[in-house]
Design a protein around this ligand. Structure first.
Ligand code: COA
Length: 260
């Protein structure tokens, strides 16, 4: 049987999506883009999935970006279609109403780093290397990289990295805020699952609303951002989970949240 291009594995309330073209360093061709979209669409409305972890198969690469062999065969129109598809897919990932953790297990270049940037939190193996290397190929990051990297690490550093196409080792990426944690390669998935477990202690609606308020509030002025926060808070008030949190505190027990 043919191997799936994106593997999906449930681990309690988390799902691990694994880009699965290790022989091609998990580079994105059209088929793997479509396979990832299918998995992302499937978890969107699955209330049992609280956290999504995205990683790459093998120990060499998280994702080597666009499949440059396929790219060489595409017409200009097909290249536009590819960029349109990957950009929308990464926006879908950014807008999932649940946290998405990138477990960067190796090289993440071009679209690989852009995928990590679309995730909420990035954990890198100490062997990983990241970079928006597109200008070396006389193109630019087209799946959100020119927008998300400066928002994450500041415009000067982002310009330095994008203009030079630099490859940034994990420890350096940690120093500049391009990833949030670096761990020994063998501990990467455990760390991601442990973070997922910590997140799952909170209320699902609260976490979805916190993500919404941060993502949308940061893109506007503070008065509008505070209004977005206020609306997001309001959504948590009539929930069963909010009352459960108060009851659990009163009764000195752990809350059991249902996402209601
Ligand atoms: N597209 C298509 N195939 C790719 C690829 C990509 N982006 N990146 C790697 N591969 C393929 C190689 O062509 C090679 O295939 P082959 O066995 O048919 O020759 C295979 O994956 C292994 O690559 P190799 O370079 O030998 O592996 P490595 O572990 O030594 O290095 C990378 C991995 C990712 C560091 C290196 O392959 C690389 O730099 N790739 C280009 C990444 C890039 O520039 N991406 C930006 C896209 S905009």
């Amino acid at each position: 049987m043919e191997e799936k291009l994106v593997l999906s594995e449930r681990k309690e309330k988390a799902v691990i999506l694994t880009l699965n073209r290790p022989d091609q360093r998990n580079a994105f061709d059209f088929a793997m883009l479509r396979a990832l979209k299918e998995e992302v669409d499937a978890v969107r409305f699955d209330a049992d999935v609280r956290v999504v972890i995205i990683t790459g198969a093998g120990d060499k690469a998280f994702c080597a970006g666009a499949d440059l062999k396929e790219r060489a065969t595409l017409t200009e129109t097909q290249v536009r279609e590819f960029i349109f598809t990957i950009r929308n897919l990464f926006s879908d990932i950014e807008n999932l109403p649940k946290p998405v953790i990138a477990a960067v297990n190796g090289a993440a270049f071009g679209g690989g780093t852009e995928l990590a940037l679309a995730c909420d939190i990035r954990i890198a193996a100490d062997t990983a290397t990241l970079g928006l290397t597109e200008t070396r190929l006389a193109i630019i990051p087209g799946a959100g990289g020119t927008q998300r990297l400066p928002r994450l690490i500041g415009r000067g550093k982002a310009k330095e990295l994008i203009f030079t196409g630099a490859r940034v080792p994990a420890e350096e990426a940690l120093k500049i805020g391009m990833v949030e944690r670096v761990v020994p390669a063998g501990k990467l998935l455990d760390e991601a699952l442990s973070l997922a477990g910590d997140i799952c202690r909170g209320g699902p609606i609260a976490i979805a609303q916190a993500k919404y308020a941060i993502n949308h509030g940061l893109e506007t002025d503070i008065a509008t951002g505070l209004a977005i926060e206020s609306n997001a808070y309001w959504i948590t008030i009539p929930t069963e989970d909010r009352l459960e949190g108060l009851a659990a505190f009163r009764e000195k027990r752990k809350p059991v949240y249902k996402g209601k």
